[in-house]
Ligand binder design. Structure first.
Ligand SMILES: Cc1cc2nc3c(=O)[nH]c(=O)nc-3n(C[C@H](O)[C@H](O)[C@H](O)COP(=O)(O)OP(=O)(O)OC[C@H]3O[C@@H](n4cnc5c(N)ncnc54)[C@H](O)[C@@H]3O)c2cc1C
Length: 407
């Protein structure tokens, strides 16, 4: 009655024994890189191999927040490129990604945090990214539901307001990229885990999978929270990455009340209202490294308490669903994008923590350029792996600790 099931990204491709490039991980970054390899460089003999189904990892679990007001001069321009690409991709992929640039309010709760926000804002403005400091009264004008009383645990001193940020529908991004890549000839193999990587004379020669060996001269490892374990298991490369669980939840749908994304580092909470009306909210990471995707009553209670203080009108509202995913975090909270360092033809994209959704468009564009040209694009150079052994860590950690909870 329903005909043959055919996914949006075409019928199941033939599993070939060789490809020009293999991408391990059918998440946002793997699919985006495959799409740009095909779009910008005509490299279509590419396989994306995914151990479960596309979007299984953080791609389908994130809270959909996008913005470009990171902290350092290396990071801000990269995230700016990523933000600029949403309307472009919406058009060219012919898919409604539901980009809603409602702006982000990163609440600050102390004089020290205001000073730190000033530095952030100066860097953003220097890099051409719109960001302003506003006081508590202005926050209230912009978001009447916000509680700016001094009689709460962490009174609001003001906010870093970033108008161009907002939300994008995360699973639409997965489907659209998969559809766009497949339409250009990329093969997406689901239920196909990478189990080994073949190296000969310091060069990549193959990838082993559950369904057989693939000969290839290029591999991109972009397996989200699983990358560090895979890099070690498959190539004995040790990455400075901790894997932590992030939990998130949504309430029942409500009439529009949150017209901006808000986040608060002091409360460890961030929230936005989806176009369906649910309040999507995420918490701080679980404080211990682990690979579970379990949720805990502790965080549900924490979110409820934090939201009830910041947005008292939400008291009594019900959480409908909760879930968790993995975040791969580096010591400086900036990602690793590297290639041809340890092994020729081996490219690495990981360490995105809770920033991997907002960055995925630019990752795809520039990692594709790196893989196709074998030259690291200047914008990616600061993100190399060697910075950790050379003690040249980036200052992104402060961006998170001071004001922005997670997102
Ligand atoms: C609750 C939560 C909220 C978040 N909120 C935000 C947010 O609002 N904004 C933001 O920017 N970021 C957010 N993030 C982070 C973001 O989701 C991730 O950084 C992003 O998904 C990373 O993309 P990726 O493509 O690198 O990895 P993933 O999307 O995790 O994809 C990796 C894929 O690799 C596959 N894989 C693993 N092992 C193998 C193997 N051996 N062989 C083949 N495939 C394999 C996995 O199955 C998975 O599908 C959030 C994350 C979580 C968990």
């Amino acid at each position: 009655m329903f005909g043959t099931y055919k996914p949006l990204w075409g019928k199941k491709p033939r599993f070939k024994s060789s490809y020009d490039a293999v991408i391990i991980g059918g998440g946002l970054h793997g699919l985006a890189t495959a799409y740009f390899l095909a779009r910008d460089f005509g490299m279509t003999d590419v396989a994306v191999i995914e151990k479960r189904f596309i979007g299984f990892g953080g791609a389908g679990r994130n809270t959909a927040i996008v913005r470009a007001n990171q902290r350092t001069q290396e990071n801000v321009p990269f995230y700016r490129k990523a933000l600029d690409l949403w309307p472009v991709l919406t058009r060219e992929l012919d898919f409604n990604l539901m980009f809603y640039n409602c702006g982000n309010l990163n609440l600050v709760h102390s004089e020290a945090a205001i000073n730190a926000a000033r530095m952030n804002i100066a860097t953003a403005q220097f890099c051409g990214v719109e960001s302003h400091l506003i006081d508590a009264r202005q926050c209230k004008e912009m978001m009447p539901a916000l509680n700016i009383s001094e009689d709460i645990t962490y009174p609001i001193f003001g906010a870093m307001y970033h108008p161009p940020g907002g939300i994008v529908r995360h699973d639409a991004v997965v489907w659209a990229l998969a559809k766009g890549a497949a339409a250009r000839g990329v093969h997406i193999h689901q239920q196909t885990a990478a189990t080994g990587i073949g190296v000969e004379n310091g060069k990549i020669i193959s990838v082993d999978t559950e369904h057989g060996k693939i000969n290839t001269p290029r591999v991109l490892l972009s397996a989200g929270g699983y990358t560090a374990a895979l890099a070690y298991r498959l190539l004995r490369i040790q990455l400075p990455i901790s894997v932590l669980t992030i939990q998130a939840m949504v309430t029942q749908p409500l009439k529009p009340l949150l017209n901006h994304v808000i986040s608060s580092g002091a409360y460890h909470v961030y929230a936005n209202q989806t176009l369906k009306g649910e309040i999507a909210t995420g918490a701080h990471m679980d404080p211990w490294p682990n690979y579970t995707t379990q949720t805990t009553a502790h965080y549900i209670k924490h979110q409820a308490e934090a939201l009830a203080e910041l947005l008292p009108c939400l008291r009594g509202v019900k959480f409908m669903r909760h879930w968790a995913g993995l975040a791969d975090m580096t010591p400086d909270m900036a990602p690793i994008m590297d290639g041809n360092d340890h092994v020729d033809g081996f490219y690495l994209d990981c360490g995105w923590g809770y920033f991997g959704f907002k960055s995925c468009t630019a990752v795809g564009k520039y990692m594709a350029r790196f893989m196709a040209s074998e030259k690291c694009p200047p914008i990616l150079k600061p993100f190399n792996l060697r910075r950790f052994e050379q003690h040249r860590l980036m200052g992104e950690t402060a961006a998170v600790v001071n004001y922005s909870a997670n997102n």
